[in-house]
Ligand binder design. Sequence first.
Ligand SMILES: [Zn+2]
Length: 196
Amino acid sequence: MIETTPRRSTALTGLVIVAAVTSFGLTACAADQTDAAAPPGTPHGKSSGGGKGLPGAADGKLPAGTSAFDTDLPGIGKLDPELRKAVQQAEKAMKADGIPMQVTTGWRSKKYQIELMDKAIKQYGSREKAKKYVADPDESHHVTGHAVDIGPTNADDWLIRKGNRYGLCQTYSNEIWHFELVTTPGGDCPPMTTPS
Ligand SMILES: [Zn+2]
């Protein structure tokens, strides 16, 4: 965890989002995996965060503790319905196994992805290097609503072992938290992609 710890305040939701986005980590997904936008229990803000041109809830930014059933949040509501249903089923099954699961990133806007890419370019020095860590805005499966990032790590472990029951698979070898609907329920997961 490398993020700042934002104070709980509905009025400051926009600022909290700014703080969380600023804490950009190793990858586009990692950033969302590790930056808790707000403590659990914070009301799901609907702040667009767009006033200052920064990504907010309307761009898919999710508060800590987001469930796959929180369809009022654009980050969940704009997911591919089939993917969302599969993640909801997995979340229920995990809960029955005593493992709390949260969606750290679901759908996110192209603007949000561009923001992540811009930060990565600054951090790594070139678009070429940044692309190893952040999907291009035109290629990100989060932007199309076909990918979710799941946490915490024990939930990732569970999904890696049992996600295929719901068609969910880890698709990048370097991202244990990133899952997509890429097989049929009970089917085998396809080989993972390894960024070069
Ligand atoms: Zn991801």
